[in-house]
Ligand binder design. Structure first.
Ligand code: 5AD
Ligand code: SF4
Length: 425
């Protein structure tokens, strides 16, 4: 979501990009507040630009995103070198805000309103030659997970009109994009003008020139029968769902206000696998939620084994200002939580590796995204299940769908050998 917003900020500014802060006329920091670490990183990064401002008083320094939304005015007090604070919904106002500061009509501005007419206005900058792209279909979140700061900093759920989504996808296809990922905090709760998420997927699938559709992140309770059917019946829809479970303990899930139990989550997993036998399922886990006992944690460990997730993002619980869970008195000491996290990551590491090794010998369809990061002379892409595959090949195959025989499986990627280049794309 932040990557997408950063690309929108870049387009909103319409300035030439420099990698060198010393050469910049405008520096914008986009920020994340999901956990305390990200929040602190944002503030310390900002501190680094203090000297530049001292040398160049015309330099404009701005902070946007969730940390900016959260602290607003207070940031200006704390950071005398900061000129502009803008929120998660005010990116469309950036050109005016910046030009007002440039023309000295305003100094030191805070614009964190949620009351913006079209929060999706301004499409993201798209890097030339990039084969994949995100398309936002939803902003904000209407759920009540009591540990989470997202509803505070991103506001109530707003869904984007289908026509606007289609227009953005079409523009991307003209630029050579082959795979799009529809993004929203709880993307599968999308509903706009009578169009539900599964229907949106069918509409997007009709767009010619698009080879693959992904979506993230899904909320378990909102996985409908129609969505499962769409995953089974839309060939362009990738066989992967990111379905955060957060915990395997019903007691913890209830306290988190996640609105489902372990059993109903397992039921969704079973229905997805019945409909799409080879589907990859990934998840998010929070370890050390207030009051989490060793038994609660063991329930999460057994859930990992029961589901056999293809991958997991796991985090120590981090108390966030203004959330209910942060006021709980039974916080788990970091030392205990982190030991659990390490155990969990070890277990998931083994499962992921095992599942990757299981792919060896199979032929997988891979959309080539470009040169491999580590091996010169190799190229890289992903399977429908979102596994990264590296294999020897020429960069001219970028944006083509190819068949690759898998020869090796690691924890984070696969290796393979090119078998065949699909015709017609
Ligand atoms: N502490 C730790 N992890 C969190 N997440 C959300 N809020 C917190 C928090 N306070 C995690 C959840 C969510 C992911 C994006 O971040 O697992 O799915
Ligand atoms: Fe946060 Fe996701 Fe819960 Fe929304 S659904 S409150 S974004 S964890």
């Amino acid at each position: 979501m932040n990557e997408y917003d950063s690309a929108r900020i870049r387009n909103a500014l319409g300035l030439e990009l420099t990698e060198n802060p010393k050469k910049a006329d405008v520096i914008i920091l986009n920020t994340c507040s999901i956990r305390e670490k990200a929040d602190q990183k944002a503030l310390s990064s900002l501190g680094r630009f203090k000297n530049l401002k001292a040398k160049n008083p015309n330099l404009i320094i701005g902070m946007g995103g969730c940390v900016a939304q959260l602290y607003g005015e207070k940031l200006l007090d704390r950071m005398p070198h900061l000129d502009l604070v803008f929120g998660t919904r005010t990116i469309p106002l950036l050109p005016k805000l910046i030009s007002d500061i440039e023309e000295k009509k305003r100094r030191r501005t805070v614009e964190t309103s949620f009351d913006i007419e079209d929060v999706f206005e301004i499409e993201p900058y798209h890097e030339e030659g990039k084969v994949t792209a995100y398309v936002s279909v939803q902003q904000g979140c209407n759920k009540f997970c009591i540990y989470c700061i997202v509803p505070t900093v991103r506001g109530k759920e707003v869904n984007r009109p289908v026509e606007d989504i289609e227009r953005e996808v079409n523009n991307l296809i003209k630029k050579g994009v082959k795979e799009i990922t529809l993004i929203g905090q709880t993307v599968n709760s999308y509903r706009r003008d009578g169009v539900k998420f599964s229907q949106l997927l069918w509409r997007i699938a009709e767009i010619e020139g698009l080879l693959r559709i992904r979506f993230t992140t899904s909320y378990p309770r909102d996985v409908s029968g129609k969505l499962i059917e769409a995953m089974r019946d839309i060939p362009k829809l990738c066989k992967h769902i990111h379905l955060p479970v957060q915990s395997g303990s019903n007691r913890v899930l209830k306290r988190m206000k996640r609105t489902y139990a372990r059993e109903s989550y397992m039921d969704i997993v079973r229905r997805l696998r019945d409909a799409v036998p080879d589907i990859a399922i990934t998840t998010d886990i929070i370890v050390g939620f207030p009051g989490e006992t060793e038994e609660d944690f063991n329930n999460t460990m057994t859930l990992l084994e029961e589901v056999e997730f293809d991958g997991t993002f796991s985090f120590n619980y981090s108390p966030r200002p203004g959330t209910e869970a942060a006021t709980y008195t039974d916080q788990i000491p970091w030392g205990i939580s982190n030991k659990r996290l390490i155990r969990l990551q070890e277990l998931q590491g083994e499962i992921t590796k095992r599942k990757n090794v299981e792919r060896v010998g199979r032929v997988e369809e891979v959309l080539v995204e470009g040169l491999s990061r580590n091996d010169p002379g190799w190229i890289s892409g992903r399977t429908t299940q979102n596994r990264v595959v590296n294999f020897p090949g020429d960069r001219s195959l970028t944006s083509r769908m190819v068949k690759v025989r898998i020869t090796e499986g690691f924890q984070n990627s696969l290796r393979g050998k090119l078998e065949e280049i699909n015709q017609g794309n």
